[in-house]
Design a protein. Structure first.
Length: 86
């Protein structure tokens, strides 16, 4: 599971970078739904790094709220899964 989260984080980070560039150049963007889905599935560390490094989506309150809710939901899912393994 750790490997999957690592891969999703790398993908998420790359998509934040891509989306920032697309926003600057008026190109097709990555949907917020996609970014949130990646965060929910475990890619939130890469998403957070992308927000900080690229300064992307970091000033939009509705996006930030939804992002942190996906982080909490991901943590809750991991906690439940970990509880089933004990």
């Amino acid at each position: 599971m750790l490997v999957a989260c690592g891969i999703l984080s790398i993908v998420s980070f790359a998509l934040y970078g891509y989306d920032k560039g697309a926003a600057r150049h008026g190109n097709r963007r990555i949907s917020e739904r996609t970014l949130h889905l990646l965060a929910l599935c475990g890619g939130w560390p890469g998403g957070l790094a992308g927000q900080l490094l690229f300064r992307h989506k970091s000033r939009k309150p509705s996006f930030r709220l939804c992002f942190w809710l996906t982080v909490l939901a991901n943590g809750a899912m991991l906690s439940v899964l970990n509880g089933h393994r004990s």
